[in-house]
Design a protein around this ligand. Sequence first.
Ligand code: PLP
Length: 497
Amino acid sequence: MFYTSTRDKSVRVTASEAITKGISSDGGLFVPTEIPKISEDFIKELIPLSYIERAKKVLSLYLTDFTADEISYCVEGAYKQGKFSSDKVSPLYKLADGEYVLELWRGPTCAFKDMALQLLPYLLTTASNKTLKDTEIVILVATSGDTGKAALEGFKDVPNTKILVFYPVDGVSPMQKLQMTTQEGKNVSVCAIEGNFDDAQSGVKAIFTDKDIEKKFKENGLAFSSANSINWGRLVPQIVYYVSAYCDMVENGAIALGDEINIVVPTGNFGNILAAYYAKQMGIPVKTLICASNANNVLTDFLKTGTYDKNRSFYCTASPSMDILISSNLERLLFHLCGENDSLVKDWMQKLNSDGKYTVTDDVFAQVKSLFAAGYCDDTATKETIAEIFGGKNYLCDTHTAVALNVYKNYKSETGDNTPAVIASTANPYKFSASVLSAVSDNITAENEFEMVDELFAKSGEPVPPQLGALKGKSPRFTNVCKKQDMKQVVFDMLGI
Ligand SMILES: *Cc1c(COP(=O)(O)O)cnc(C)c1O
């Protein structure tokens, strides 16, 4: 299997090259030239297996230039016992008949990003041994909060790598900020930028494709890669958990093998839901992919109208990891839906850059509508949903998951579609204690983050993840704030070049 670029179909690289490069030099994203198909028998064989064994089988369909031993080494390292707070790695929680919450936040940093970012360092170092001998890899990350910490944790002290994370100075929760600024490790660095996530992401993308930087890097034996979901190595581990969730649905009797499910995903950069799309294209019986957004509802509008228009207000919401107006991974979907017409995709992306908007063809829009449903909710509805689920089902969810649950509830009442659903739960509630506490309690006495954690625990009895509790009283290591035009210099300073 090979990978090509969404903006230049003549590109043909192996999985290892796609993962080490992160992004194609034409600015496009790497996509598989063919989506591997799985049969019902294949799924049947996966059902009795552990998450690790399922992952090996699914990944080997995509990472065809990795040996079976290499895949085993990577997967066993990433998901080994003790790293995730559930033996199932990402367990399904039954909320109601036909409603299953897929808990993707059981990893070391308590957000779903761990599912991919525990594996990516293994994939990347294995891949770079094949493609880039004697080169140190510099991981550059733009984060809306969760990717940064998960990437730092995944790459900390990994030989031959350095990692630098940029986050929007006012765009992350206090717990997210503390998780990043206290990060340990010899090869890590963190810097805030004056701007929002889109500024951070654009800055990082510009650095990746800057020819001068590339030259300077070559001279110094360095090469960039990305831990953002523009990197194929971030997406492919996410396909696994949708396949695995389907197996669990069959195993626990929620559905029979072959029955369809719906998948609901709280969405920002369109990575997580795109992984669900790949699972569907592979042959997992999925009826509808339901895309849930917060007040930054650019994707809701796109999926309902066929026009992507980022010319709108940007809101800082209670679900900050979804405060995004440029959803990078949509580019991959468009490439697949438009018959791999690279020049059309390039044209749309240029329009997005120059005018902030583009409209897809009728044919592409018709496919979008048959695959996806979409909805959004504001912070008030998010908090009402947290309260409702906690009060009614005694289940405490975070703000991002609440957006998904709210959108799903509205979807069901509008369509009457009762197909059993898997709802992606993307973060532990204690990452967003202030919002979650204010949703379930009206007389808050806590005055700081950790008092809120204590109060939320007193109210809910939901255990506090030890890795979050341990941040109390830790002093930050990284306090730098830079302007967005200075990001390049920060990179040079960190590397001492
Ligand atoms: C990153 C993130 C999202 C959005 O996921 P995308 O893949 O960017 O769509 C949702 N919820 C949480 C908690 C996240 O960290």
